[in-house]
Design a binder for this molecule. Structure first.
Ligand code: SAH
Length: 294
């Protein structure tokens, strides 16, 4: 099966055939392999010196070898991650350190979690910008600084357990995990829960982040008490269920506002059974929807 060149001669140059068409991961397509195999056979038939090639590897064997090396089966996160390594360290330097984030554990976690993998591919190049981004189901992934500030205000120590309400894309859960915490995360939207579970546990290997599909305003009674609670959506008040599930000397962060879309970031300290609240300024989160939310 030869194509003709301008002079009407068949094209039999291996170089030309090799250059026909290669898949992005560097393996030739089946068609190219077949052409190469036919070419090798023809060469061997024409030249007695190459006779031996026919016995060492037949066209069928060559095809079989390439078929076995077909497309990669797993998602390669490493090369993609590395593309944005510089953007990520710049984000840490210019958006976090420059604005007063000093907790080394938080800075380290945010310099290793590949934020771009938590948004759609079309948004990869904007994932390290200084702003929140849309995720599925009308929800958002918080601005990097907000994630960092909340993580720093948690004053968490490695090994503590933390309850996150609002898994969303899973980005904050991954950051908390990289900080050395045992993460329990609750999401109320089934579509997000399923998508994020696959990303976190299968693609990124965070198999020990425990994900739940339920109304997070009720907490997770069966795993309480929690050393830390972080709520990634804004409600009209601090849910009583969450207060009761805080460990003694526990800390909770939650955006609270009487009106939707405008809240104050509240830090709650629990001491000997009573709770004290501290205001950390105005913020904007999506709605905390549930029996003790909106
Ligand atoms: N931490 C997330 C932020 C997601 S936005 C991230 O890093 O991407 C807030 C999320 O809270 C949304 O996914 C929304 O569905 C969820 N949410 C709102 N009310 C909730 C509730 N009562 N229980 C659990 N999740 C809730």
């Amino acid at each position: 099966m030869h194509t003709k060149n301008k002079t009407g001669q068949p094209k039999t140059s291996a170089k030309k055939i090799e250059g026909l068409c290669y898949e992005p991961w560097g393996l030739p397509t089946e068609r190219v392999v077949r052409l190469q195999a036919q070419f090798a056979q023809k060469e061997a038939e024409q030249s007695p010196a190459r006779e031996i090639i026919r016995h060492i590897i037949t066209p069928a064997e060559l095809l079989h070898t390439y078929k076995k090396r077909a497309a990669p089966r797993t998602v390669h996160t490493k090369p993609q991650t590395d593309i944005y390594k510089y953007s990520r360290s710049r984000m840490v330097r210019e958006q976090l350190e420059a604005r007063g984030i000093t907790d080394q554990n938080v800075l380290h976690a945010m310099s290793v979690v590949p934020r771009h993998l938590f948004v759609s591919e079309a948004l990869h190049s904007t994932a390290y910008d200084d702003r929140p981004l849309p995720i599925a189901c009308g929800q958002t992934i918080s601005q990097p600084y907000t994630v960092a500030l909340m993580c720093q205000l948690l004053m968490a120590e490695k090994g503590m357990n933390v309850l996150e309400i609002g898994t969303g894309s899973g980005y904050q859960a991954a950051v908390l995990r990289e900080m050395g915490l045992k993460v329990f995360s609750v999401e109320r939207i089934a579509q997000l829960y399923t998508k994020t579970k696959t990303l976190l546990t299968k693609t990124l290997g965070y198999a020990d982040i425990l994900l739940f599909l339920s109304d997070g305003t009720l907490g997770l009674e069966q795993f309480a008490p929690f050393d830390r609670i972080i709520v990634a959506a804004g409600g009209p008040s601090v849910p009583e269920a969450l207060k009761s599930q805080m460990a003694d000397k526990g800390i909770m962060l939650i955006p609270v506002g009487r009106e939707k879309m405008t809240q104050n970031l509240i830090r709650v300290f629990k001491n000997n059974g009573s709770c004290k609240e501290e205001n950390h300024g105005a913020t904007t989160f999506v709605d905390l929807v549930g029996s003790q939310g909106w």
